[in-house]
Write a protein that binds this ligand. Sequence first.
Ligand code: SF4
Length: 209
Amino acid sequence: MESALEFIRICESLNFYNLVISLKASRVPVMLAAYRLMVHRMDELGMDYPLHLGVTEAGDGEYGRIKSTAGIATLLADGIGDTLRVSLTEAPEKEIPVCYSILQALGLRKTMVEYVACPSCGRTLFNLEDVLREVREATQHLTGLDIAVMGCIVNGPGEMADADYGYVGKQPGFISLYRGREEIKKVPEAQGVAELINLIKADGRWVDP
Ligand code: SF4
């Protein structure tokens, strides 16, 4: 952090202010502390440079993504950060969806459908994993919509987090479709996905893939 400040001062002494500051570290706690300290110091010094966030050398696979998210999202949630990069030991294009997902999960950008789905329990009335996959395959191009898939009517409607549409287990073999918090239609489970599409079409919110 002190080293970054030293370079900032050199740039400023040359009247160069077009800077973006990055304090990446490969350990999340170190990276978090460095950015937070930098924000504090810049405030004290009256500086207002944008910050580029990242957990460098995060590795690959699931843990690389979790590690990157733990660092980047924690700071973004506090309002810290202006640009970001997820650094994975994978093909560069694999980093981009992770960046988009972090921004979407925090509500900072909306670049895909937001799915709300319950984890399933003893009340679940259909195969949640299969149905969520089917719903996603049918609707994933409808960027901007929030769609909930909930296993039962007991807790499902109350926990749909204000989704635009809901697909909720009603009774064995039947599901209910919701628009927001309003129950629109009970249909046999086998027609559930097709009827969900029909409802979205009837509302004028469908676009062909
Ligand atoms: S919404 Fe219903 S099925 Fe899903 S976890 Fe909650 S209680 Fe269980």
